[in-house]
Design a protein around this ligand. Structure first.
Ligand SMILES: O=C(O)c1ccccc1NCC(=O)[C@H](O)[C@H](O)COP(=O)(O)O
Length: 260
């Protein structure tokens, strides 16, 4: 365990330990990815807030588990105007699976992000997706190699950062799609100021996501005003009617006041 890992919340340590044990795929995947930047541009052109809606059955910070068909949930999110979907594939702590992702990607035509805690190159080969998450804090010095390995397979890597030092590492690794996670993996606390403090330092040609903690349309507008090209929203969409919830966020433009 290095110093940075030492400070992780116990739940996150457990996620990381499980990730290190998880096997990779048998064969190298080759993906013809649906372009995420193009999907973001299309949403903007149509007057929708670009939302990446997350199929997240449960999590260490959520009570209970949503057990309805993930494919139906995904279809509802797309019907609500989601620009892309994020699908948890982590099984032990988030109730996800690679099979969920495979079925969802087959059922929808928007880009699909594989949301997992990947730490080795072979884990990229477990399932095809349009985007794959690489968390700067979890992969340490392997960040550049994992970004390259993801691209070699056709994935669009989404590099997740939490502070400026991680942002610099992501940029050095050649990241073109970056997510600033408002959730601090050391304490599991969410603070939207995290995005606001990191976003001004992100170059304009990067597609920038605000991740975690967007629970109201006011939060959505706040993240957009701070420079988010897209919003990654899980809990607030999974809690109740996924289509109506997604619709509320995709219509949360600065001009539109929507009720919560
Ligand atoms: O969501 C959690 O409880 C969690 C706990 C520990 C590590 C990661 C966690 N979440 C992963 C995510 O990145 C979120 O699912 C995603 O950003 C959506 O967040 P939210 O809209 O706040 O559900």
């Amino acid at each position: 365990m290095n110093a940075s890992e030492d400070s992780l919340a116990p739940e996150v340590r457990s996620i990381l330990d499980a990730a290190r044990e998880r096997p990779g795929g048998d064969e190298r995947v080759a993906v013809a990815a649906r372009s995420f930047p193009d999907a973001v541009a299309e949403a903007e052109a149509e007057g929708r807030v670009p939302v990446v809606a997350e199929v997240k059955p449960t999590s260490p910070t959520t009570a209970g588990e949503r057990t309805d068909d993930p494919v139906e949930l995904a279809r509802e999110m797309v019907a609500g105007g989601a620009t892309a979907l994020s699908v948890l594939t982590e099984p032990e702590h988030f109730g996800g699976s690679t099979e969920n992702l495979r079925r969802i990607r087959e059922a929808v035509d928007v880009p699909v992000l594989r949301k997992d805690f990947l730490v080795t190159e072979s884990q990229l080969d477990a399932v095809a997706a349009d985007l794959v998450l690489v968390i700067a804090r979890f992969v340490g010095d392997d960040l550049s190699d994992l970004v390259s390995a993801a691209r070699e397979r056709g994935f669009q890597p989404l590099v997740e950062v939490h502070d400026r030092a991680e942002l610099e590492r992501a940029l050095d690794a050649g990241a073109e799609i970056i997510g600033v996670n408002n959730r601090d993996l050391a304490k599991l606390e969410v603070d939207l100021e995290t995005f606001e403090s990191v976003a001004p330092h992100v170059p304009d040609d990067v597609t920038l996501l605000a991740e975690s903690g967007v629970t109201t349309t006011a939060d959505a507008r706040r993240m957009r005003a701070a420079g988010a090209d897209a919003l990654l929203i899980g809990t607030a969409i999974m809690d109740g009617d996924a289509r109506a919830n997604t619709e509320r966020f995709t219509q949360a433009t600065a001009e539109t006041e929507t009720s919560e």
